[in-house]
Design a protein around this ligand. Sequence first.
Ligand SMILES: [Zn+2]
Length: 121
Amino acid sequence: MTTLLRAQIRPGMQGIDTTVKSAQGIWRAFAPTWQMVMGYKSGTLSWDAYCEQYAQILARVPAHVWETLAQAERQIVLCYCREGWNCHTHELIEFAVRQFPERFVDGRPDRKSSTRLDSLT
Ligand SMILES: [Zn+2]
């Protein structure tokens, strides 16, 4: 069983970069497109529409990528977004747990409490 978490990309943070900007190798399969990222940032693409498009990307992720993701006890998917922001990494974790409940568990702390913790630091 693999526990999935997400974190913000920062120096020294170990994990899997899933961004369109800098994801490497097989992990590029988890990246959204530039068009989606720019559309959401500029306000021409709603978060719901972004998630719909991203779900289609997730549905096309090859089986071997999911298998590789499941080869560690704990995996941290990374993005540039801060904790508490809308981010495709949340969608990725939710999709993985829903699609492969025998392989993945959601290791994210409660979103409200993580926001609280952030505001204390
Ligand atoms: Zn993000």
